[in-house]
Design a binder for this molecule. Structure first.
Ligand SMILES: Cc1cc2nc3c(=O)[nH]c(=O)nc-3n(C[C@H](O)[C@H](O)[C@H](O)COP(=O)(O)O)c2cc1C
Length: 173
């Protein structure tokens, strides 16, 4: 599963996620793409930090997709020096520990500035490791992303190459 880790619309993370999904097809891999604008705000009344939980059709469908996935590719934009709050909400709302424990993940960061979500990915790796997820060491950082992401394209050959390398590594991971 590819997770475009923001609810912002439109979102460059979403475009990079779609590019990544197309790249995976070249490796004969069909990946589910979850953009976090799909997270329903109704989870505040039914699911998030609730016990017992109230059934919520939209969220329960997301939960089932997560149960079905074994490997996760997180596309993480840098927001205020870290990862987006909606990504933490998504993690907090998932059933614990059965949703993620023992599964595998890799990360790719992007930002307008020059960090490329380096700290964001470091912060998120701690969250994933707490949840029992094994993470790939190679984390591409796409800096000054606004210069390169255009509708449907990723205008930077080095960034395209880094995605290929990460796919190679993650398939073997
Ligand atoms: C709430 C918010 C906070 C941001 N904070 C940072 C930041 O700390 N460092 C940075 O380089 N860019 C920051 N940006 C710019 C984003 O990293 C950049 O616009 C990126 O494209 C966002 O990904 P998105 O289009 O998927 O939302 C921020 C953008 C938003 C919306």
């Amino acid at each position: 599963m590819i997770v475009a880790s923001t609810s912002r619309v439109p979102s460059r993370s979403r475009w990079v996620a779609e590019y990544y999904q197309r790249s995976l097809k070249e490796f004969r891999v069909d990946a589910d793409l979850m953009a976090l604008d799909q997270v329903p705000t109704s989870i505040l009344d039914t699911t998030l930090y609730r016990k017992p939980r109230i059934p919520n059709e939209s969220w329960d469908a997301i939960q089932q997709r997560v149960h079905a996935a074994q490997k996760f590719i997180f596309i993480i934009p840098e927001y205020n020096g870290s990862f987006p709050g909606i990504l933490k909400v998504w993690i907090d709302a998932l059933e614990y520990p059965g949703s993620l424990r023992g599964k595998k993940a890799c990360m790719l960061g992007l930002s307008d500035g020059t960090q490329g979500s380096a700290l964001a990915m470091s912060h998120f790796a701690d969250v994933l490791n707490y949840a029992g997820v094994h993470t790939l060491a190679f984390r591409p950082r796409f800096i000054q992303i606004g210069q390169y992401v255009t509708d449907g394209g990723l205008g930077n050959p080095d960034y395209m190459k880094q995605i290929q390398i990460q796919i190679d590594q993650f398939l073997a991971f």
